[in-house]
Ligand binder design. Structure first.
Ligand code: CA
Length: 470
């Protein structure tokens, strides 16, 4: 029986946007190894996160629940690892489980990883070089580059596993998260190359919300330690903006290149060990990222570049090579899907939906055609993004910036005036024009608003929360 249950290798990087992968049509880099997973398996073009920041997305993936249910709504709310989670259920059902790399859900006490036979995780965000890690509760400093080490430790663990049992391995990279420090091998990559700026690089946020204007995620908000070099003298503001973008994006892509190399190492390892056919391998990232899009870095907004997660998956026994799905899947869906592949019942309180049928190339009747999003961390100190929730369909997006902190950790109690944004994604894929309030969109607005409220009811989220943690 165990022989037939698939192994699962879940590789997740941090802040790797789909538009920095060649399998998603990147105009700025190549990722041949990640592309291999897509080419030999399936690529999802509409995989979305339910809250575009690290810890909340990670908690949603582990539990199969939205942030108001799993308890991590902001970066500052600790994860209670005593709750039901994917690794615990796998462990209880005879799988060997490991968590290696970025955990970022707090540590010590109730937030230490649970459900893993082996865990070795970065302290907080972790460092790129000589990272401090906590291995099964013990703090250690390791020599080397974080992305290489996470892969080394993953292969070491696989080498020493019990080959009679299937395994679930979480291989979680820190890269390409800020502060974007490349390794020596890639330090000079792109040195003489000009990376093209995205179409919306010079966005002036006209025809948009006050929230877009208020966000502190512009190139001018990059810190000296992000840039790592002094700004050349005598540049015009436009020239300085472009210079900052080149500095930022090149280091970001160098970090991605190392991730891609290491994905290749792990794929080769599976080949050499004869594990390729019996293993589901996924590459994803905890959310998307602005790569100069709208003039920004970072994420948080429900806008496309931040909302979209890359998601490629290979399982030669069941997934047709080179397939592509445009159906909507969400980070909360991963857990129920993996459970289904392992032949384990999905707990009734998991909110995500198993998408095995999509992986078989079929779209079930009544598959979701809209998704719910919520960003809770109102006016966080660094990026100043206003709290909002919204709905995305295949053609439109409606966002409501409710502008309240509701006392949540990591938010600031600086209420902002509520406002709506409505985008016609077919006519305006880059979301440059808010059409809320335009008479020809009134019917669409009313319909989406009703559907948004319906989703909130179904998922048990309330627009207004009285007390944090209540
Ligand atoms: Ca992240």
């Amino acid at each position: 029986m165990n022989q037939q249950r698939p192994n699962i290798v879940f590789i997740m990087s941090d802040d790797h946007a789909a538009h920095a992968m060649s399998c998603y049509g990147s105009k700025i880099n190549e990722t041949p190894n990640i592309d291999r997973i897509a080419n030999e398996g399936m690529r999802f073009d509409n995989c979305f996160c339910t809250n575009s920041i690290c810890a909340p997305s990670r908690a949603a993936i582990l539990t199969g629940k939205y942030n108001h249910e799993c308890g991590v709504r902001t970066l500052d709310e600790p994860f209670d690892a005593r709750q039901q989670s994917l690794p615990k259920i796998f462990q209880e059902n005879g799988y060997q489980t490991a968590m290696i790399g970025k955990w970022h859900l707090g540590h010590g006490g109730i937030s230490d990883p649970q459900g893993f036979d082996y865990w070795n995780v970065f302290v907080n965000q972790g460092f790129y070089h000589q990272p401090k890690m906590i291995e099964m509760g013990e703090e250690k400093v390791f020599q080397g580059y974080a992305t290489d080490l996470v892969t080394d430790f993953s292969m070491d663990w696989l080498d020493n596993r019990d080959t009679d049992k299937p395994f679930l391995l979480f291989c979680h990279h820190k890269a390409p998260h800020r502060p974007w420090e490349p390794d020596e091998k890639h330090a000079h990559m792109y040195e003489d190359v000009h990376i093209p700026e995205p179409e919306t690089f010079n966005d002036d946020y006209a025809n948009r919300s006050e929230a877009a204007k208020a966000a502190k995620m512009r190139m001018s908000d990059l810190r000296p330690k992000d840039l790592k070099e002094d700004i050349p003298e005598g540049l015009t503001p436009e020239e300085e903006n472009s210079w900052r973008y080149q500095r930022y994006i090149k280091d970001y892509l160098r970090c991605v290149a190392s991730v891609d190399d290491n994905v290749g190492r792990l794929l080769d390892y599976l080949d050499e060990q004869g594990l390729t056919d019996s293993t589901i391998i996924v590459y994803t990232s905890d959310q998307g990222f602005f790569l100069g899009d709208h003039g920004w870095f970072d994420k948080r907004f429900m806008y496309e570049e931040s909302l979209r997660m890359p998601f490629v998956i290979r399982y030669p026994q069941a997934i047709k090579a080179g397939s592509v799905s445009e159906d909507m899947i969400l980070n909360v869906d991963f857990a129920p899907t993996f459970l289904t592949y392992a032949g384990i019942d999905v707990p009734a309180d998991m909110q995500g939906v198993n998408f095995q049928t999509l992986l078989e190339g079929k779209t079930p009747d009544h598959w979701r055609d809209s998704m719910y999003y919520r960003y809770w961390m109102h006016c966080d100190h660094e990026h100043n993004v206003h709290s909002h929730y919204g709905i995305r369909t295949h053609t439109h997006k409606l966002i409501y910036y409710y502008g309240e902190a509701y006392g949540l950790a990591g938010s600031q109690d600086i209420p902002t005036a509520p406002e709506w944004e409505l985008f016609d994604l077919e006519n305006d894929p880059y979301e440059m024009k808010n059409v809320y309030g335009e008479p020809e969109y009134e019917e669409t607005f009313q319909k989406l608003k009703a559907e948004l409220e319906q989703l909130q009811r179904e998922l048990g989220d309330e627009p207004v929360h009285s007390i944090a943690g209540a």
